[in-house]
Ligand binder design. Structure first.
Ligand SMILES: [Zn+2]
Length: 348
């Protein structure tokens, strides 16, 4: 089937054009008319750099993986979704018979096929076919725009699940980018009494600071350690520190700001290998967790938004029409400090 899509031809070259896409609806699949797609840092990185680690754009690829839409057709074995239902989609499709999937950690299935990770096409096109098992109904109270925010929020959810938080935990999130904010909001929903969010960019911290329970820390003016000491007591530390900046310079702070026997959760992805002081971590018996995408959190993420416990709406900075997709990507690549999430609507 030929369909119009936002295609990354190669590094730094986007076009909105017709491209051949799969059209085979399997018995366990649904067909979805896409409504809203968020632009993710990874989409922008493929556009500007042509690769992320081992994933290299070698042939034209449709971008986009943060999507919501409406079901237009269901496969013969699908019973939990129906035509007309509003949905959002988990963009990673594992092999359900893989060893990782059988362990419940399908996000680290080496065979997973993830939208807009080369060579798999993404969802910035009017219609997609997707497994019903990775398609989730949206309650009426959750908008399409919020539905398309479930994907990045799921990373925050995964980080909090991996942290094994306790009620009342004091948390730190290093990095106030979109993922840092998602982690902070998930930590509050997961029982944190307070989340200190650190960054160098005042505009980003101002957005974070609008949420009750988040304390912004501008590390160009005050050390993170001083802010944590003020909250947690001299030379103690936060219960959980989430690293969400990907900055290679942040790890000494992360180690210094975690309390003895506390947890570090590594969410940000540094581009190059980094130095990490293992003995400092050992001396406090820190637990170190890592996050790669997410597994089994989408339904909980939707429930938290539907319940009003998490409000992602203030993080949607601007919405573009499908025809303006390239403009939207250029805007995202320019990384304006006030922009958190840019979205594209296909079905306005
Ligand atoms: Zn994303």
């Amino acid at each position: 089937m030929k369909a119009k899509a936002l295609v990354l031809e190669k590094q730094r070259e986007l076009s909105l054009r017709d491209i051949d896409l799969p059209d085979q609806l399997g018995p366990n699949d649904v067909r979805i008319r896409i409504h809203t797609v968020g632009i993710c840092g990874s989409d922008v990185h493929y556009y500007t750099h042509g690769r992320i680690g081992p994933f290299v754009v070698r042939e034209p690829m449709v971008l986009g993986h943060e999507a919501s839409g409406v079901i237009t057709e269901v496969g013969s074995h699908v019973s939990h979704l129906k035509v007309g239902e509003r949905v959002c989609m988990e963009p990673g499709i594992p092999d359900p018979t893989s060893r990782a999937a059988k362990l419940g950690v399908y996000n680290v299935d080496p065979g997973v096929r993830f939208w807009a990770t080369p060579p798999v096409h993404g969802c910035l096109t009017p219609e997609v076919i997707h497994p019903a098992a990775f398609t989730f109904a949206l309650p009426d109270s959750v908008s399409f725009a919020e539905g398309a925010m479930i994907e990045p929020f799921a990373i925050g959810m995964q980080a909090v699940v991996k942290a094994r938080m306790q009620p009342g935990d004091v948390c730190v999130v290093t990095g106030a980018g979109p993922i840092g904010l998602m982690v902070a909001l998930a930590a509050l929903a997961g029982g944190a009494s307070e989340v200190l969010v650190s960054d160098l960019v005042e505009e980003k911290l101002a957005i974070a600071g609008r949420y009750a329970g988040i304390t912004p820390v501008n590390v160009s003016r005050e050390s993170l350690r001083a802010a944590v000491d003020r909250r947690c007591g001299e030379d103690w530390g936060a219960d959980v520190v989430f690293e969400a900046s990907g900055s290679p310079r942040v790890y000494d702070d992360v180690l210094a700001c975690t309390r003895p026997a506390g947890a570090i959760v590594l969410v940000g992805m540094p581009v190059e290998p980094v130095t990490f002081d293992i003995v400092s971590a050992q001396a406090k018996e820190l637990r170190i967790e890592t996050v790669f995408r997410y597994a089994n959190v989408y339904d909980r993420a939707i429930d938290l938004i539907a319940a009003g416990k998490v409000d992602l709406k203030p993080l949607i900075s601007e919405t573009f029409d499908f025809d303006e997709s390239i403009t939207a990507f250029e805007r995202a690549a320019s990384a304006r400090p006030h922009d958190v999430k840019l979205q594209i609507t296909l079905d306005a």
